[in-house]
Design a protein around this ligand. Structure first.
Ligand code: ZN
Length: 302
């Protein structure tokens, strides 16, 4: 039986409800000082606001070493009634200090597998996906290292691999590496941030592989491309890839939270959803929010 591995245990994909397929409750990087998501109270308030809009599940893409607060996730999920999925994986090298990365040499896949199968640190909370990152129109040695470990962890556990595409680029290089060289089935790969590079031809080429395509935002940083997201979604839907699409709010800073005065998680349902209904209709938007995430993240765990 395939199941989505949430912080409260494995659940059938049909139980997720309306799912924010790419977001963050906790996140902290030395790259973004002063913008950390680390308040449990703010995370709880954001989940409550998301729930009030009909939200049922959040997939958190925060990887290893970036302030996941894994032990705080089960009580948050229980108190708010929102399913939460945590991640293992590794972000780009710039988000870590050198010693932290050195300590992972030779054992990265083992860390990913342990976090998926046994739990994150001493929390006992198991990760439900592996998050890794590409680079700007290229994959450097760090990206190849982390993706190789992610592929190993996939082969050991079945876990889906979710990929941060730098400014939405490098989709085909990622697929060549993960699926071409490393043998990960495309249906176990989610490409994130495609809205940041609205090349509809590349989106279509990536979709042809059979992977999932995640669109997220909005954000100040990607305002130049975010508004093209509905057209990109419509183009993919028209080409027959409606069942491969995912949506997320991708809240990465405290100011972007709805409880911090920003759009946050509720905006996904309050404004993005009706805007997309305008583009592709109620039925498909319902499936993108309620059916596709379960299919993308539910696996037969081994
Ligand atoms: Zn993200």
């Amino acid at each position: 039986m395939s199941a989505v591995r949430t912080v409260l245990g494995d659940v059938p994909p049909g139980e997720l409800g309306v799912c924010d397929a790419h977001d963050h409750l906790f996140f902290g990087s030395p790259r973004l000082p002063g913008q950390e998501l680390r308040s449990v109270a703010a995370a709880r308030a954001e989940l409550v606001a998301f729930r009030a809009q009909g939200g049922g599940a959040v997939v958190q893409w925060t990887p290893y070493g970036l302030g996941r607060r894994a032990a705080d996730l089960p009580p948050l999920s229980r108190e708010t009634g929102v399913h939460v999925v945590a991640a293992t994986g590794l972000h780009q090298a710039v988000h870590y200090d050198e010693d932290a990365l050195k300590g992972l040499r030779g054992r990265l896949a083992d860390v990913f597998v342990a976090e998926l199968a046994e739990g994150i640190g001493a929390s006992g909370v198991r990760a439900g996906l592996v998050k890794v990152a590409g680079g700007f129109h290229a994959l450097d040695a760090h990206a190849r290292w982390t993706m190789t470990a992610a592929a190993e962890a996939h082969h050991a556990t079945g876990a889906t691999i979710a990929v941060h595409l730098e400014l939405g680029t490098g989709a085909l290089d990622v697929l060549d590496l993960l699926c071409g060289e490393l043998g990960v089935p495309p249906c176990r790969v989610v490409l994130g941030h495609l809205n940041r590079s609205p090349d509809l031809v590349v989106h279509r080429q990536a979709a042809d592989s059979g992977c999932y395509l995640a669109f997220d935002g909005p954000s100040h940083a990607h305002h130049a491309t975010d508004w093209r997201m509905p057209d990109a979604v419509r183009a993919l839907a028209d080409a027959g890839f409606g069942d491969r699409l995912l949506l997320g709010a991708d809240t990465t800073t405290a100011a972007a939270r709805s409880v911090g005065g920003g759009p946050g998680m509720p905006y996904l349902l309050r404004r993005v959803r009706p805007r997309l209904v305008h583009a592709v209709g109620e039925d498909l938007v319902g499936r993108i929010l309620m059916e596709n995430p379960g299919r993308a993240f539910a696996v037969e765990w081994s």
